[in-house]
Design a binder for this molecule. Structure first.
Ligand SMILES: C[C@](O)(CO)[C@H](O)COP(=O)(O)OP(=O)(O)OC[C@H]1O[C@@H](n2ccc(N)nc2=O)[C@H](O)[C@@H]1O
Ligand SMILES: Nc1ncnc2c1ncn2[C@@H]1O[C@H](COP(=O)(O)OP(=O)(O)OP(=O)(O)O)[C@@H](O)[C@H]1O
Length: 311
């Protein structure tokens, strides 16, 4: 359907419930095996047509988190702008658009917030410009914007191979309840990968190709066995994130001491995610972490849908 009216899209942040990192490839990326879970913390992009043909962006906070909005570029390096420019070129449209981003996913937090913005911008502009691209085509297009962008479009639960962009849907029988503890600072994704390489080199570890994901993780999600899942969640980037920000180790210990079934750093960090048994346990843990440590702690659940137009 063609529309000249503004289009609002929301796209989720993610947790890597399991994340294996293989060797560094010649292109500067690592081959990975990821179990992605989309969680109920959403970015929103409102796309409004611009008559002058320009592609512009604005960012505002939609959260109680103290976002460093100044660290987000407002030029052509903004991921949402890159998405719109790429789509415009592929669809051969002369159209302009203003993208207003409402941020709720921690910036540089390891939860794919910028990727969610890119996915939301693709879906919004595709509707605005009536490109006729299918969802599958948008997913394919999105891979050139970043390794996490296809999953922000896809949503739900998925296995990500290659650099994380080769997705296969997976099943979660039950809604999983987590508590997120965002940090007041960000970590650079390439830096965390580089530190991971250095740590492995120093330990004399020759890193194998990740192959696939840990089948025990898929099995636990498939059967909805949260206790079993808690035993197998893991992230190969966690040690490198802790090396960069040692306080993350204390937060991980605290969450488990306060009753989380398990804790792990999300993606390249520094956001920490704690698994709990129920929505109620997540709310109680978030309250305790806030009381005991004075940290912001957000209960979330997943799987949730990928980038989608809002009514
Ligand atoms: C850490 C994760 O968030 C886990 O899902 C992703 O692997 C990162 O995904 P992303 O932020 O979308 O990454 P991109 O924007 O494509 O890449 C940023 C940088 O991260 C590093 N990178 C990213 C993905 C990957 N499989 N191997 C890498 O080494 C590379 O240095 C790359 O230049
Ligand atoms: N729309 C955007 N939103 C946030 N950051 C953006 C955006 N466009 C470009 N960036 C740049 O990308 C950097 C990382 O952003 P993002 O919030 O996606 O990190 P992240 O969640 O750690 O990413 P990932 O988990 O995918 O590695 C920011 O510091 C910023 O400089």
């Amino acid at each position: 359907m063609s529309t000249a009216r503004p289009v609002r899209v929301r796209a989720p942040g993610k947790i890597n419930v399991s994340f294996r990192v293989g060797p560094l490839r010649p292109d500067g990326y690592h081959s990975v095996a990821s179990v992605y879970l989309a969680v109920s913390l959403y970015e929103e992009v409102l796309a409004t047509p611009r008559a002058d043909g320009a592609v512009t962006v604005g960012v505002r906070s939609g959260s109680e988190l103290a976002f460093d909005l100044d660290s987000i570029p407002l030029d052509e390096s903004n991921l949402a702008v890159r998405a719109a420019l790429l789509l415009r070129e592929l669809a051969d449209r002369p159209s302009g658009v203003h993208l207003e981003i409402t941020k709720r996913v921690p910036v540089a937090g390891g939860m794919g917030g910028g990727s969610a913005d890119a996915a939301a911008a693709l879906v919004a502009c595709s509707a605005l410009w009536d490109t006729g691209f299918s969802r599958e085509e948008l997913v394919r297009i999105s891979a050139s914007l970043g390794a996490d962008v296809p999953f922000a479009l896809h949503g739900g639960v998925a296995v990500g191979l290659g650099v994380g962009d080769e997705l296969t849907p997976a099943l979660a029988r039950k809604d999983l309840n987590w508590v997120l503890v965002p940090a007041s600072f960000g970590l650079s994704t390439p830096k965390v990968y580089a530190v991971a390489d250095t740590l492995r080199e120093r330990a004399g570890i020759v890193v194998p190709e990740p192959g696939g994901v840990d089948p025990a993780v898929l099995q636990a999600m498939h059967t909805g066995d949260v206790a079993a899942l808690a035993k197998v969640v893991s992230n190969d980037l966690q040690a490198a994130a802790i090396e960069q920000a040692p306080e993350l180790a204390d937060i991980l210990d605290l969450g488990v001491a306060e009753g989380a079934l398990a804790g792990l750093v999300s993606g390249s960090g520094p956001t920490v995610a704690f698994l709990t048994s129920s929505r109620r346990d997540a709310e109680e843990l978030a309250q305790r972490l806030s009381d005991v440590a004075g940290v912001v702690a957000l209960p979330v659940h997943g799987p949730v849908h990928g980038a989608r137009i809002m009514a």
